[in-house]
Write a protein that binds this ligand. Structure first.
Ligand SMILES: C[S@@+](CC[C@H](N)C(=O)[O-])C[C@H]1O[C@@H](n2cnc3c(N)ncnc32)[C@H](O)[C@@H]1O
Length: 456
């Protein structure tokens, strides 16, 4: 049978499911069609943009019959901006989608047919939840533009306000646009590699009220730096730090490795689960502080600590989980590869008067072997790796350490499923899988999993 759809033709499609990137999935005469921005249950008129051997991709021409789950997005640019893919889906349906997404990954990739996945824990008010924004700066028709890239492109969708960011971000956008127009500051052009101002990163301490603004520049300094920081101070309550980040490379990677303070401190402070943390421009800090408390509390509950255990917190960042767990454990070892994050972690231990933690700056896969060599008994391993998941060598050594429990915190269900399969094949059983919605209106989901050692 030939392919039943043609490029530029229009078809009516019922959206039966949502894919991993939030795109609607439907069928035309049995042939799969992906439709970005469609909501499960929609009947849409779709124009086909691309046809492959196994599937086609199209865009919505019109919504013929909206799904019961379709709502009016709060943000006027929700359909263009690449930040929120599923803002047109009612929040309850988003949570159900995330639970299904985790379950599907565990079945499909991990081969876990019988593991039960708890309902995703959502937010009561899923708006203004982010404490960090990274906004590209450009110029359009002689005017400065700032916002997010349109989905799948490097075209900036200009915004003055963003409903998922802390309001300090809106204030920073206004001040930066005023600065760029007032002093005719050259913005960076990705095509030519010329121009100065590339991105603006804003970080906010939700509980401390402190704000950090980081202009990312293709140079060493900015013109009218004093006027710039004055404009930021006039617009942003709680401005505590302005740091230039130098990135001269022709790359998509936003931040460079060098930072220069031009106002205030080289860090901001915030609190989480009752502890104080120092946050530097390059350090990882979870972006949704309210849900982070939910996530960390679950992780600590799954660790089953009673004050007697030795815990390894791998991929520990600035030591957040380590220090929270330290209050209920005998000893904690944290491993993290970024030196600045480890320096922050050590300082965070001092700030909170916690002395039963030791931070190691190394790749987790390189450092974990020393616990075997030094015959250190590890009772619990907590791991919170980046999206690519854990290194295989790390997991191989982790199972040799034979801890009673492993708590896996993951931002990527696919690599979580792969790594859980390895642990399940090496003597561990998944006893709890809890998704937490750290990123409302996007397709991302965080999951915390307890893997318990199977007693032989
Ligand atoms: C998802 S973050 C988690 C950080 C921390 N647990 C938290 O919740 O704030 C992952 C961390 O792993 C670090 N990292 C990435 N690859 C690593 C590796 N191979 N070994 C050690 N740390 C690594 C990153 O720098 C980052 O701080």
């Amino acid at each position: 049978m030939g392919i039943p759809v043609k490029v530029d033709s229009v078809y009516e499609v019922v959206i039966e499911d949502i894919g991993t990137d939030g795109e609607g999935i439907g069928h035309i005469a049995g042939f799969t069609v992906f439709v970005p921005r469609a909501v499960i249950g929609d009947r849409v008129s779709v124009k086909i943009d691309k046809v492959g051997k196994r599937y086609a991709v199209g865009h919505i021409e019109s919504v013929v019959e909206p799904s019961d789950y379709r709502i009016q997005p709060l943000c006027p640019v929700a359909n263009r901006c690449g930040g929120c893919h599923i803002q047109a889906m009612a929040y309850d349906a988003q949570l159900a989608y995330k639970t299904r997404h985790v379950k599907d990954a565990l079945q499909r990739i991990g081969g876990f047919d019988d593991v039960s996945v708890l309902d995703t824990i959502g937010m009561e008010r899923p708006w203004h939840y982010r404490n960090k924004a990274q906004l590209p700066v450009g110029v359009f028709s002689g005017r400065p533009v700032m916002g997010f890239f349109a989905a799948g492109t490097h075209d900036i969708v200009d915004i003055d306000t963003c409903p998922i960011q802390h309001p300090a971000v809106d204030a920073a956008i206004k001040a930066v646009k005023d600065y760029v127009s007032s002093y005719n500051v050259a913005v960076y052009d990705e095509m030519t590699g010329k121009g100065l101002l590339r991105h603006i990163m804003v970080r906010v301490g939700f509980n401390s009220g402190q704000v950090m603004v980081v202009p990312v520049i293709n140079g060493d300094s900015i013109p009218h730096a004093k006027e710039f920081t004055d404009m930021l101070r006039q617009n942003i309550d709680g401005l505590a730090s302005v740091v230039l980040n130098i990135n001269r490379r022709r790359t998509n990677v936003i931040l460079g490795s060098q930072c220069k303070v031009i106002y205030g401190n080289d860090h901001i402070m915030d609190t989480l689960c009752g502890l104080t943390f120092k946050i530097s421009p390059l350090s990882f800090f979870q972006v949704n502080p309210r849900q982070t408390e939910v996530l960390y509390t679950k992780a600590i509950e799954y660790a089953g600590l009673d004050g007697t255990q030795t815990v390894l917190d791998a991929y520990c960042g600035i030591g957040t989980i380590s220090l929270i767990a330290a209050q209920k454990a005998a000893k904690i070892y944290g491993i993290e590869e970024i030196q600045q994050a480890v320096d922050d972690a050590r300082e965070n231990a001092r700030l909170n008067d916690i002395s039963n933690v030791e931070f190691i700056c190394a790749k987790a896969e390189d450092a974990i072997g020393r616990f075997i060599e030094d015959k250190v008994r590890i009772d619990v391993i907590i791991m919170d790796p980046p999206r690519k998941g854990c290194d295989k060598g790390f997991l191989e050594t982790a199972v040799r350490l034979c801890p009673e429990r492993m708590v896996y915190v993951s931002c990527n269900p696919a690599t979580l499923a792969r790594d859980m399969r390895f642990l399940a094949d090496h003597g561990y059983k998944a006893t709890a899988v809890q998704p937490v919605d750290m990123f409302p209106h996007t397709t991302h989901v965080e999951t915390v999993v307890l893997m318990s050692r199977v007693e032989k």
